[in-house]
Design a protein around this ligand. Structure first.
Ligand SMILES: [Zn+2]
Length: 382
């Protein structure tokens, strides 16, 4: 609520030591010329003084009544308010502080115009108390304005982080518009995940227009948490990309992946024992899905891939040793960055995908091979 947010922001500057009731009484008197007796809706017969103070406190912690807001709007005293703010006894330091603290709510506030700006803000705040739909419109406008600004600063990186797909969990909207002639244009908004924090890189993400609007108007703490988690994963993946972007995997790896694509099922010989290494390298209590995936792929494809690699090496089409060193280096770097095992697995798989341009499903199988053959992950039981 604008009115409440603004009066909470200005109180430390205007009447620092005064109790809330005196602050509110003073503020209302600056804003309008309605006699105090008309401010309150009903009287408490026991003690008029404590009743009035109680009401003023409520106006501060919650909001003035709709009735009072309406009356105030019809009898605002703009000049009086601005004069009181720019009272000759008020120091420049106070005016500067005041200007700084209402900057989040209005543009271009300086110590010279802070009286006017503040009056306009409070007036808008009162209008919103009477017609709450105005508040939604304002919040949407503000969010769009900030989105446009943030696009300029972070836009393309954010789109890259979410692979051009809305960052909101549960939404799969594409964030580009395609024209018939093959041209594409970005089509998205930048959303501030936690409004109470600064809109820095870790607190913003790219989303589609629908999710943007819905989130701006209303979201639960749970929804915010979910979006925060999605953002954390994006940051982790970005970290992984930048960590390994300069380590190349020899392009011979393509031959290995391609041989998987041409694999005939009847040529497979499965391992006839549990791949024991895996149990020591992936903690099943923490990563059950990863452990199972690796176990299955290793059991099915380890022998086959091993054979392919040996054959290709003999034919000098694949430098076995080199690739192992490269994969090991990548894994080590990602581990040094503190990435989770799942993130490391995915990053290496994606790196293989970038080289081979083949489906991720084959790249995953190759990563599983390297886990079993010890290039990826180390024994955590030792
Ligand atoms: Zn969406």
């Amino acid at each position: 609520m604008l009115f409440k947010e603004v009066i909470h922001a200005i109180r430390p500057h205007l009447m620092k030591d005064a109790e809330v009731p005196s602050f509110m009484r003073n503020l209302i008197q600056m804003l309008c010329d309605i006699p105090e007796d008309e401010w309150y809706t009903k009287r408490d017969p026991s003690s008029e003084e404590s009743y009035k103070d109680g009401s003023l406190r409520k106006f501060y912690t919650s909001k003035p009544t709709k009735k009072l807001a309406g009356k105030m709007l019809s009898r605002l005293t703009r000049d009086n308010f601005i004069e009181s703010i720019h009272d000759p006894n008020r120091s420049d330091i106070v005016l500067d502080g005041l200007a700084e603290d209402i900057t989040p709510f209005a543009e271009g506030v300086t110590k010279d115009n802070v009286g006017e700006k503040l009056f306009d803000l409070l007036k808008r705040g009162l209008e919103e108390l009477i017609d709450p739909s105005l508040e939604n419109t304002r919040r949407e406008q503000e969010a769009r304005y900030k989105s446009a600004q943030l696009k300029g600063q972070y836009g393309s990186g954010l789109l890259d982080d979410c692979s051009n797909t809305c960052s909101m969990p549960g939404c799969s909207h594409h964030l580009q518009k395609f024209a018939d002639d093959g041209r594409s244009t970005p089509d998205y908004e930048v959303l501030i995940i936690n409004e109470k924090k600064t809109p820095s890189f870790s607190n913003i993400c790219a989303v589609c227009h629908d999710c943007f609007e819905q989130y701006i108007l209303k979201h639960t703490a749970h929804e915010r948490k979910e979006l925060e988690t999605a953002k954390e994963l994006q940051i982790e993946a970005r970290k992984a990309r930048s960590t390994i972007s300069d380590v190349n995997i020899d392009k011979g790896i393509r031959m290995v992946v391609e041989s998987l694509i041409n694999l005939k099922p009847n040529t497979l010989t499965s391992l006839n024992y549990e791949p024991t290494f895996i149990a020591n390298k992936i903690d099943e209590n923490e990563n059950i899905f990863l452990a199972e995936t690796v176990k299955n792929n290793v059991t099915k494809y380890f022998f086959y891939i091993n054979q392919i690699m040996q054959n290709l090496s003999r034919q000098k089409q694949y430098s076995d040793e080199l690739v192992r060193v490269e994969i090991k280096t990548i894994c080590q770097r990602l581990e040094d960055k503190g990435l989770s095992q799942t993130a490391i697995y995915e990053s290496i798989s994606k790196q293989i995908h970038r080289i081979t341009k083949q489906n991720m499903i084959y790249c995953d199988i190759v990563v599983c091979y390297f886990i079993q053959s010890c290039e990826v992950f180390h024994d955590f039981t030792k």
